[in-house]
Write a protein that binds this ligand. Structure first.
Ligand code: S3P
Length: 450
């Protein structure tokens, strides 16, 4: 099944010596937030380096439907003319967020404290994902929701006419839930407080401050306590979207497992709430250097140099690191397949409710390619076969999940017999230039029938 139109099977062929520079696209999390916060400010924001993947383009369309003026110049700079907090208009049609969990959840939060009604849907993957984690806190503000069974899309949200601020402790470690509550809090009077027992990516907090909101963050024994003062006037910003560490993960990891590789991935943010994968790879013995380490916009940034690493060892990934690498477990499990010994990943129940059940998707595909995987509800292990030990040769299901598709294509670049993904089209949601970028490093892919 494909997101749009027929499935696009793709085979990755065993490669030798990936080399060169890989300029990965803009950060998906920051791209969604730039458009939404731009739409909630008064005046014109400019965004450079926006990720032009399907997920983010769906958010741009949604912001237009809520009344913001969103346009792209020929040079690729985006402009958002915002309507101000509480200024969203009622959309005339259903909002289709495609494959984007971040898009739909943040937008639901952003509209829930405005007295308008909106109906949301998405592709088969998004329609299967849990939304009660968002609608439960939004109900505390006074919003009402009507969805399918188990809180799934399509879903209609009736925004609160007289919103009240909330104090909410996150029941799951989710930056999407945290962000939805904070965005809803923008149009509620008084202080909205979110408590997160485990720290998750903090882009919303940083960007809200950048747009002029008053936000206080305190580390306490119960976790991070984030206090937002409601009803600010958000001021338009000029934003340079940094490159996406979650996309950088693919060329970095491919270089570590393909013999003879030496790849540079410039300008990658190492915000500690996002950089868990790179630490884990280094713990495994990967030859991964942070070159030209510097600070940009108050955040650590480096050029990542990854070289073929035949001596990596399986490790127990610290569970407290899970939130900072939650999107990277699929590609980590690929690297673990080429390490010596077992890699143990615990505390990762959230992987079961991503674009697919990522533990099941990876376990099934890795086993089909000759790698032993063991799993439980919130943990899994991969037993590595060493640098040249993975047979490969199987066709795996991408399950409408970009990261599953890219992970198995990276596996195929290093496995003895390559790997075929049944549908590579979901890759366009987050990394539209994945194939050409990897080919530029020396990878080769075959389309079905070619
Ligand atoms: C994201 C948060 C994470 C992550 C997703 C992007 C965000 O989801 O998996 O790809 O931009 O806030 P959860 O908040 O559900 O963990």
């Amino acid at each position: 099944m494909s997101a749009h139109g027929p499935a696009q099977p793709l085979t990755a062929v065993k490669a030798t010596g990936l080399s060169g520079e890989a300029h990965v696209p803009g950060d998906k999390s920051i791209s969604h937030r730039s458009l939404i916060l731009g739409a909630l400010s008064v005046g014109e924001s400019r965004i450079r380096g926006l990720l032009e993947g399907d997920d983010v383009l769906a958010t741009a369309n949604a912001m237009r439907a809520f009344g913001a003026d969103v346009s792209r110049s020929e040079a690729g700079e985006w402009t958002v003319h915002g309507v101000g907090t509480g200024g969203f208009a009622e959309p005339e049609d259903v909002i289709d967020c495609g494959n984007a969990g971040t898009g739909v959840r943040l937008i639901m939060g952003a509209m829930a404290t405005t007295p308008i009604t909106a109906t949301f849907t998405g592709d088969a993957s998004l329609r299967s994902r849990p939304m009660a984690r968002i609608t439960d806190p939004l109900a505390l503000f006074g919003a009402t929701s009507y969805g399918r069974s188990k809180g799934r899309l399509p879903m209609t949200i009736v925004g609160a006419a007289s919103p009240v601020p909330v104090r909410y402790t996150l029941p799951v470690p989710s930056a999407q839930v945290k962000s939805a509550v904070l965005l809803a809090g923008l149009n509620a009077p008084g202080e909205t407080v979110v408590i997160e027992p485990e720290a998750t990516r903090d882009h919303t907090e940083r960007m809200l401050r950048g747009f002029g909101a008053t936000l206080n963050v305190e580390d306490t024994p119960e976790g991070r306590v984030i206090t937002l003062t409601g009803e600010p006037e958000l001021k338009p910003q000029s934003i340079d979207v940094p490159r996406d560490p979650s996309s950088a993960a693919f060329p970095v990891c491919a270089a570590l497992i393909v013999e003879g590789s030496d790849v540079l991935v410039p300008n990658i943010g190492l915000n500690p709430t996002r950089a868990g994968l790179f630490e884990t790879l280094r713990d495994m013995g990967a030859d991964l250097a942070y070159e030209n380490l510097r600070e940009v916009g108050g955040e650590p940034v480096a050029d990542l140099r990854a070289r073929f690493s035949p001596e990596m060892k399986g490790i127990e990934v610290p569970p407290e690191r899970a939130a900072s690498m939650i999107d990277e477990y699929p590609i980590l499990s690929v690297v673990a397949s080429f390490a010596e010994g077992q890699t143990v990943m615990r505390g990762v129940k959230e992987l079961r409710v991503k674009e697919s059940d990522r533990i099941d998707a990876m376990a099934t595909g890795l086993r089909a390619n000759g790698v032993a995987v063991d799993e439980g509800e919130d943990w899994w292990t991969v037993t590595g076969l060493g640098p040249s030990g993975v047979p490969g040769g199987a066709t795996v299901a991408a399950r409408l999940d970009h990261r599953i598709a890219m992970s198995f294509l990276c596996l195929g670049l290093a496995a003895r017999n390559g790997v075929t993904v049944d549908d590579a089209s979901p890759i366009a949601t987050s990394f539209p230039v994945f194939q050409s970028l990897m080919e530029g490093l020396g990878a080769s892919f075959r389309h079905a029938g070619a």
